[in-house]
Design a protein around this ligand. Structure first.
Ligand code: SF4
Length: 361
């Protein structure tokens, strides 16, 4: 397999007890079958604790958090009892991998770090420049056998790479609007079974002309407002009360959402593009995923006004935990973005492109 990773990837080491948060609280941990078999066969007393903690959810074996939200194996020093007793290799796949994510596409594996871990977020957000990506040959890893259509994969990859190039400089609002346009048009071609035409759109993109067209499309449309963005977040499953309180407290101006620190926004947008857009190689849903990326930037703007660098870092960690790491939330948001209405491409373009004075809620 070929493995692609951003250049900061090897810098990550879990800071364990020094972590300002912990990844071992607030969510269920899915236990993979190999770890489950090992835990079921383990001698007491740890074996008994493991067997008592394992439950079932939707066909998966899981560790259910305790009432206070903490993993049953997270001790008072915020260290893991399984790792302390049996070593890191005894952890289940979820815990061993976290905060790394893996996306497999046949003979290519893409890996990165998730923004939901404070240490990973620190590394990603404080990197001196946007990442370069490395490719390594790993013949010992067998290719992922799946239904991937090669034509669609190469078309979506071309679009994803073009989006990442667009987002790497210039006005982020304009670049997001251009990326939304490209993904929308490419998805239409994929639906028609013409991946080569979807790929050709990347070379045919003319930023100035295309922006003019997007501005015209959005001219008389109500923009996607802070209120709509926050209401969508409120309708998601919420893991922590502190997140609910933060959503409630946020101001909901009608007009344009003022951008945050450009370097912060660009790094978040780039990471989400790398992580999510290529998944459309499986289902063609480029537009909804690009809207998710723009929605994430708008959500952070709605919630992060006046915050310093450190607080923005904490905000994006919490956003990632609450939204990205919950399959139900991701599925329901993508479904919203598939449709038009309040989350139409014109509403996004109006928020991103029109000058503040022209915006009315
Ligand atoms: S959130 Fe990150 S740094 Fe903190 S304990 Fe988990 S993996 Fe380690």
């Amino acid at each position: 397999m070929k493995v692609i990773t951003p250049d900061y990837f090897p810098q990550f080491t879990c800071i364990a007890a020094a972590c300002p948060d912990t990844c071992c609280a607030g969510w269920e941990v899915v236990v993979d079958p190999a770890a489950e078999a090992r835990y079921r066969a383990l001698a007491a007393p740890l074996g008994d604790r493991l067997r008592a903690a394992m439950g079932e959810d939707g066909g998966d074996c899981v560790f259910t958090p305790r009432e206070d939200g903490r993993c049953p194996f997270l001790n008072r020093d915020n260290l893991c009892d399984i790792q302390a007793e049996l070593g890191e290799e005894a952890l289940c796949r979820t815990c061993r991998l976290y905060p790394r994510f893996i996306n497999d596409f046949g003979g290519v594996r893409e890996m990165g770090l998730s923004l939901s871990c404070p240490e990973a977020a620190r590394i990603i957000l404080s990197a001196p420049s946007l990442p370069h990506f490395r490719m390594e040959d790993r013949p010992e890893l067998p290719p992922d056998l799946n239904e991937l259509d090669a034509g669609q994969y190469f078309a979506v990859k071309a679009v994803r790479d073009k989006v990442m190039a667009l987002l790497s400089f210039g006005s982020l609002d304009e670049r997001l609007a251009l990326s939304l346009r490209l993904c929308r048009k490419a998805e239409k071609q994929l639906r028609k079974g013409a991946p080569e035409k979807a790929e050709a759109l990347c070379a045919a993109l003319h930023p100035e002309e295309d922006l003019k067209k997007e501005r015209a499309r959005a001219a008389d449309r109500p923009p996607l407002s802070a209120g709509t963005v926050l209401r969508a977040l409120e309708k998601c499953l919420i893991l922590r009360d502190s997140w609910r309180a933060r959503l409630k407290k946020a101001a909901r101006p009608d007009g344009k959402l003022p951008p945050l620190d450009p370097s912060f926004e660009r790094r978040v947008a780039e990471l989400l593009s790398f992580r999510y857009l290529l998944k459309a190689a499986y289902d063609g849903r480029l537009s909804a995923r690009m809207k998710f990326i723009a929605f994430s930037i708008l959500s952070l703007r709605a919630l992060g006004q006046g915050m310093d660098e450190k607080s923005l870092q904490t905000l994006v960690v919490n956003y990632s935990r609450e939204v990205e790491h919950c399959e139900e939330n991701m599925a329901s948001l993508l479904q919203k973005f598939d449709g038009g209405g309040k989350f139409s491409s014109k509403a996004f373009a109006a928020q991103l492109l029109l000058p503040a004075v022209q915006l009315k809620g």
